[in-house]
Ligand binder design. Sequence first.
Ligand SMILES: *[C@@H]1O[C@H](CO)[C@@H](O)[C@H](O)[C@H]1NC(C)=O
Ligand SMILES: *[C@@H]1O[C@H](CO)[C@@H](O)[C@H](O)[C@H]1NC(C)=O
Ligand SMILES: *[C@@H]1O[C@H](CO)[C@@H](O)[C@H](O)[C@H]1NC(C)=O
Ligand SMILES: *[C@@H]1O[C@H](CO)[C@@H](O)[C@H](O)[C@H]1NC(C)=O
Length: 416
Amino acid sequence: MYSKNIGMALVVALSLPCETTSFDLRNGTDGLAVYWGQNSLAIQTNGAQNELGLSQYCTMPTPPTTILLSFHNIFTQDPQINLSNHCQKTFRSSQMLDCTQLAAQIKGCQQKGIQILLSMGGASGAYSMENPDYAQTVFNTYLGGTNSSVQRPFGTAVLDGVDLDIEGGSPAGYANFTNMLHEISPDSVITSAPQCPYPDAMLGDALNNGWFDAVFVQFYNNACSPDKSGFNFNQWADWAKTKSKNPNVKLYIGSPACEECASSGYLGAQTLEQTYQKTKTQYSDVLGGIMLWDAGAAYNGNGPIAEAVAQKALGKRDEQPDYRGAAGAVGKRDEQPDYRGAAGAMGKRGEQPDYRGAAGAVGKRDEQPDYRGAAATLGKRRHPKHPNYPADDLHEVDNAPVSAREITRRNGKLRL
Ligand SMILES: *[C@@H]1O[C@H](CO)[C@@H](O)[C@H](O)[C@H]1NC(C)=O
Ligand SMILES: *[C@@H]1O[C@H](CO)[C@@H](O)[C@H](O)[C@H]1NC(C)=O
Ligand SMILES: *[C@@H]1O[C@H](CO)[C@@H](O)[C@H](O)[C@H]1NC(C)=O
Ligand SMILES: *[C@@H]1O[C@H](CO)[C@@H](O)[C@H](O)[C@H]1NC(C)=O
């Protein structure tokens, strides 16, 4: 039985004013959305549990603007979620995970202006939307609902919305689901992640008849990725402008964060930046940002793609003195050109060109050019393949790369 105090706590939490200037994907531009929860790079490389904890992505030098918890994969009256190694304990007498330890992290991310959504679906396909009341269940279980007899896997944290990554089952029911959710909870954000062939087999009906604030098109695993002649952002832009119920819907370019992250369509940071800039010159009215699958890979070597993309493609953060995405860090950015750390760590940054770490970890930075972590964990930081990844968490992630087919075979069922 779920604590009755939660209802009260929620009322209090919901009545607090929003404290920080936040990114809102309904109208924000140059957003960076990442999926978190499936630890997919580790699964795909048969390696370690390399995806970091949620809050660690929210305090990255260039944090995402949206994080999609993945996945909510069983949509019955006894709903379930799966966050791979991040949460495994279930509530008593229920299959629902008890991830209430994530509540504080979710709230911390939200306070930094990062939106946290729950992604429904994934590549397993073992789900369907049969119950027209399910929007109410989602509202009670993850959003602002205050029904104290409902088990809330994220406790008092109120997620900012939900994402539909429907890749299997039946396409029925999702348009109605989004409309009902939009009616019940107009402040909740609703997004989806169709594959790029237009119209999407699973979400086509929902996209035309339902409500969406942003759409993360998976421009990979198909002939319509940007590296192929069939790149079809134009079709999606046309949908956004002429068919979407929400005339202000934003489109994101969804891309794999690493070679192993998809069967095809990995671009690398530079090509992704160029694709984004070029698309922006033509479609700035609908382009909302970049989506990367997934967090563990996006911030782990390979560029690192998240930082490179955020800095170079997504609006050159250094040139935006009012950017407050990172750690709520207020300040005269122009005077602190090397600032990349936590809000408390102000100082003579110009003298510490390699500073990237925690506030307490000031020191002989120039002598530690590879330093990126916490003070206690200095050492052989720079892994040849995963230069930004803390050594402690590397374990076996550097196993020999496997072929795309092998990845697909091994890859857990819940891959995006
Ligand atoms: C974006 O939307 C939010 C929430 O509705 C609002 O508070 C904010 O002022 C909007 N920003 C812009 C630039 O329109
Ligand atoms: C609260 O949730 C329980 C369990 O799902 C349900 O039986 C009950 O009808 C709900 N109450 C209200 C007021 O929605
Ligand atoms: C959703 O479907 C239910 C049951 O079919 C219907 O009663 C309701 O009006 C629909 N709601 C919306 C917003 O489309
Ligand atoms: C959760 O997802 C992981 C990774 O995709 C998978 O290995 C695991 O079997 C899933 N767990 C359950 C209970 O479905």
